[in-house]
Design a protein around this ligand. Structure first.
Ligand code: UD1
Ligand code: CA
Length: 455
């Protein structure tokens, strides 16, 4: 006996008005379908069959690249209904398996809700996720007799009385493999939409003597699907609001919980403060007592204890050591590794650069493909010329070096320990330790100079 998943994701999503399949649109930086797959993956299923149709190749490619679970793809060439979709995905489903059927465009259902459905399912019982809605328009209605669920009627097939029912079908079902096979064989498309409705299995099951056990989500938003961009935006805000709540519960101060976006995971220490409009992407780690100023975009980066990011910094695959001060307006690109107490100031760009303890790059500089030692001072406007038009070369700046402002360091080049580079130099040869290197033209002043006048 195994748990097997069927995820329906063949629909076009017409109302998204998009060339991209609906299930690839992102919530919190991750495709809708990937949210569902990640959650059902926690149920430790023996297999996950995903039904695709519209944009099948694109869905397969994008999702296979990110999913840690092995997926079985079932192609539904024509979207003839949810029942027909499930009929395409029966590969590997044995009689005593427990099957959970869900939708690829409903991203926020909790794992515990799926588990509750699995728990009620047995040879005599089908689990069905239902909820009461103030406005049930558009949903399938749950028909009960003497309290027991006896069927589901679609909006378009419902009588006036049935339309008054406020309990709706959320679409998620748990069912034994044997029941599923037998019930699906008996579906027809004799209804208002001419579709094979998955929802018709319930009335058939009741005739077979099975019970339909309704299970409710803990929160109503768990069953919210995405059909339009405004629904997507609404779910995004709701999800971000929950993530912000979790951060605050874990001891983070947020200047405004409605102005933070987490598109991945954010691991935080104690007494972290985050100002407005910060975006965290991928897996980020922020240590104790870190302060992050407004409008920072931080992707896949690690910021150690007691560091400060001032306003408008962009970090990508960067590691910031303890007690560092970054920004405002600093850009740390991939491969930046800053040691303790480093200072990176405004309009500084770093890339593939290791910068040692207590070194400073305070203004308007580019440090790329570089190894910088301890206690180095890189003056304003210093550029490492790392690219010769074809290849990248390394710059090495050893401990206690002082680079004067507006210097160009033409790589490959090494500035040895304790050396000083005079302002405005173009350094294309190695500088020996403790020497002063100066390459600018000597200044001259002309006596009796008269400015030309306009004729
Ligand atoms: C379905 C249910 C309805 C329920 C509602 C909840 C049926 C007949 N109706 O209606 O009772 O209240 O969901 O949201 O099941 N899909 C396919 N292939 C198809 C048709 C659909 O893969 O041929 C997929 C869609 O991509 C989507 C999901 O199934 O992810 C649901 O399809 P949708 O058309 O949105 O169903 P509803 O009409 O909303
Ligand atoms: Ca729908």
């Amino acid at each position: 006996m195994a748990t097997r998943l069927i995820v329906l994701a063949a629909g076009k999503g017409t109302r998204m008005k998009s060339a991209m399949p609906k299930v690839l649109h992102c919530l919190a930086g991750k495709p809708l379908l990937a949210h569902v797959l990640d959650t059902v993956g926690q149920l430790d299923p023996a297999s996950i069959n995903v039904v695709i149709g519209h944009g099948a190749d694109q869905v397969k490619q994008v999702i296979s690249d990110q999913s840690s679970h092995k997926l079985t793809w079932a192609i539904q060439e024509q979207q003839l209904g949810t029942g027909h979709a499930v009929q395409q995905a029966l590969e590997g489903i044995e009689a005593d398996d427990t099957v959970l059927i869900t939708y690829g465009d409903v991203p926020l259902t909790r794992g515990s809700t799926y588990q509750a459905l699995l728990d009620v399912c047995d040879t005599q019982t089908i689990g069905l996720l239902t909820l009461i809605m103030d406005d049930p328009t558009g949903y399938g209605r749950i028909i009960r007799e003497g309290g027991a669920v006896v069927g589901v009627v679609e909006q378009k097939d419902a009588s006036q009385d049935q339309l008054e029912i406020s309990e709706v079908n959320a679409g998620v079902v748990s069912i034994k493999g044997a029941s599923l096979h037998s019930l699906l064989e008996r579906l027809n498309n004799d209804n208002a939409q001419g579709e094979y409705y998955l929802t018709d299995i319930h009335a058939l099951a009741v005739k077979d003597g099975l019970n339909i056990q309704a299970v409710h989500p803990k929160d109503p938003w768990e069953t919210d699907g995405v059909n339009s961009r405004s629904q997507l935006a609404r779910l995004e805000r709701l999800h971000q609001h929950h993530l912000a709540g979790q951060l605050m519960d874990s001891g983070v101060t947020l200047a405004d919980p409605s102005r933070i976006d987490i598109r991945g995971t954010l691991q935080v220490g104690t007494d972290v403060t985050i100002d407005i409009n910060c975006i965290f992407e991928g897996d980020c780690v922020v240590g104790d007592n870190v302060t992050i100023g407004p409008h920072c975009h931080i992707a896949r980066s690690h910021i150690a204890d007691n560091s400060v990011l001032l306003a408008n910094c962009v970090l990508e695959d960067a590691v910031v050591g303890e007690k560092a001060t970054i920004g405002p307006f600093a850009r740390l690109r991939p491969g930046t590794v800053l040691a303790t107490g480093v200072r990176i100031g405004n309009f500084v760009e770093t890339k593939n650069a290791q910068i040692g303890v207590a070194s400073k790059v305070n203004h308007l500089s580019y440090v790329g493909d570089s190894i910088v030692g301890k206690n180095v001072n890189v003056g304003a406007g210093t550029i490492t010329c790392n690219y010769d038009g074809a290849n990248k070369h390394q710059t090495t700046i050893e401990d206690d070096v002082f680079i004067g402002s507006n210097s160009a360091l033409v790589a490959p080049v090494r500035i040895s320990a304790g050396a000083t580079v005079g302002a405005g130099s173009t350094i294309s040869r190695d500088v020996p330790a403790s020497h002063l290197s100066l390459s600018r033209a000597r200044q001259t002043s002309t006596d009796n100079w008269v400015r030309p006048v306009k004729k």
